[in-house]
Design a protein around this ligand. Structure first.
Ligand code: 5GP
Length: 222
């Protein structure tokens, strides 16, 4: 028998800023061909080498509001004074192609995804230490002091949510972390309720065994 067809699901990655979440999410989609990155919409201006339509869809507030009003976003949140959201179309396109869609979003967004998509798998990434987090945040030249302080405050709040996620992975060793996330997705995919047509398959197997029992073992005692 060949393997069962299984429904894919969204994989939410949340972590305090400075944990290396975005780098990890990008590496996942590069390394595994059935992983796809969910490109969010945001009102924040592009940074450095970021490209529109690749890293984010950069939009004005008015356009963002329109998308919210028309129900085009599966979730959205305000982070550090800017609006961010996941277009439903990103989730639909991945589901249609049978891909796992990786959502690199904040904790507020993760909670909304949990509420509206029971299927989603929520992974919280922890930095290996507070020192490592500080080093990454304070070392980012793109951010001023006030911005770093704001991100640290957010990190304090976001960390509180970790125990309520499905899985927690420490981003200490990059490759190990990638492997662990792949492992989580593989074992989540094996959950019985994700196997398509399983009740029918089981019924078919039982019917066949029943026939064998009737035809070949009808006169056997015990
Ligand atoms: P950054 O501005 O550094 O790219 O992202 C700031 C925060 O917003 C990060 O935690 C990032 O994961 C989160 N974020 C990015 N896209 C989305 C989204 O579509 N929805 C939500 N809720 N958060 C997002």
């Amino acid at each position: 028998m060949r393997d069962l067809d299984r429904r894919t699901f969204p994989v939410v990655l949340a972590a305090p800023s400075g944990t290396g979440k975005t780098t990890l999410a990008r590496a996942l989609v590069e390394r595994f061909e059935d992983f796809r990155f969910s490109v969010s919409v945001t009102t924040r201006p592009a940074r450095g080498t970021e490209r529109d339509g690749v890293d984010y869809h950069f939009v004005r507030r008015r356009e963002f509001r329109r998308m919210v009003d028309q129900g085009e976003l599966a979730e959205w949140a305000e982070v550090h004074g800017q609006l961010y959201g996941t277009p439903r179309s990103e989730l639909d396109a991945a589901a249609e192609r049978g891909d796992y869609v990786i959502l690199d979003i904040d904790v507020q967004g993760a909670k909304q995804v949990r509420r509206c998509t029971q299927e989603a798998v929520l992974i919280f990434l922890l930095p290996p230490s507070v020192e490592a987090l500080l080093e990454r945040l304070q070392g980012r030249r793109t951010e001023a002091g006030a911005e770093v302080a704001r991100r640290l405050q957010t990190a304090m709040n976001e960390l509180q949510a970790a125990p309520r996620f499905d899985h927690v992975v420490v981003n200490d060793d990059f490759d190990r972390c990638l492997g662990r996330i792949r492992g989580i997705v593989e074992s989540e995919a094996l959950r019985a309720h994700r196997a398509q047509g399983l009740p029918e398959l089981v019924e078919e197997m039982r019917a066949r065994i029943g026939r064998v029992l009737r035809e070949e073992y009808a006169n056997t005692n015990g």
